[in-house]
Design a protein around this ligand. Structure first.
Ligand SMILES: O=C(O)CCC(=O)C(=O)O
Length: 255
């Protein structure tokens, strides 16, 4: 699936944008399920707000706007719709991940983020390592764009090459994030792309995202995968379905 150049790019930069992994009809089906799931969750009165706490300098939004922006989140979507189960084992997706972390790919967790029109919250820069550290650092995020994304509607942004520095010190007031004075969204590289494109990035790659200031929602699916031989350093972030194999085998199991 990935070329040697793409694999080298990932190793050097800690991320890669893979175009056209999901076909337009697959994306359309996922958008329908996303909107349906959010509408069911909202009717049931669930609080889906996932805007980050902590400091907001250098996230391209002012302190005055705090409290007026929103990002809505649903976790474990494969427990609510089989469309997401299908996406989790999508051969093109899992093959690309296997090219980067080895032939055996295991699920860690899933989530769905929607930034509403005009007022979508940004995400300050952070490494996912800080949330769920593992022994071998194989953890990789697959972000699937459900619409064309730009800096204006809140695309992901990354700091290329910084994964090689290993775990960085994070601040922990309200959420986990890097010093907003040292790591600014303005200096990160925007991962613009089309609906159906996938951004793959290491959990050591600092990343965040821009606010959504456009008149349409920005939806994305995020899956975290790891090698089954990579063990957690802390018993944190346990999710339903964690450990499910989406490609290959779990060599630890001898029957
Ligand atoms: O939804 C987004 O824009 C980014 C999400 C993110 O960075 C995360 O969940 O770690």
């Amino acid at each position: 699936m990935l070329t040697n150049e793409q694999i080298k790019f990932y190793k050097d930069n800690g991320y890669i944008i893979v175009s056209g992994v999901f076909q337009p009809e697959e994306v359309e089906e996922c958008v329908r399920e996303t909107d349906g799931m959010f509408s069911r969750a909202e009717k049931s009165g669930k609080n889906l707000e996932a805007t980050w706490g902590g400091k907001w300098q250098n996230t391209q939004i002012s302190e005055d706007e705090r409290g007026t922006t929103s990002v809505l989140s649903i976790h474990n979507m494969q427990y609510h719709s089989s469309v997401f189960t299908k996406m989790l084992v999508h051969p093109k997706l899992t093959e690309a991940v296997a090219d980067l972390i080895g032939p055996n790919v295991q699920l860690h967790h899933t989530k769905l983020h929607v930034k509403p029109p005009e007022k979508g919250s940004p995400f300050p820069l952070h490494q996912d390592y800080d949330y769920f550290p593992h022994e071998k650092d194989t953890m990789i995020a697959a972000v699937i764009y459900l619409e064309d994304v730009t800096e204006e509607n809140g695309c992901l942004c990354v700091m290329p090459g910084v994964h090689a520095q290993g775990p960085l010190t994070h601040q922990h007031d309200g959420s986990h994030y890097l010093s907003p004075e040292e790591y600014t969204i303005g200096e990160a590289t925007p991962c613009t792309g089309k609906a159906g494109d996938v951004v793959l990035f290491s959990y050591l790659t600092p990343h965040g995202s821009y606010p959504n200031r456009t008149s349409s929602p920005r939806r994305l699916v995020l899956f975290q995968f790891r090698s089954p031989t990579d063990k957690p350093l802390k018993e944190v972030h346990i999710s339903p379905g964690q450990g499910m194999m989406v490609r290959g085998i779990n060599p630890a199991l001898e029957i």
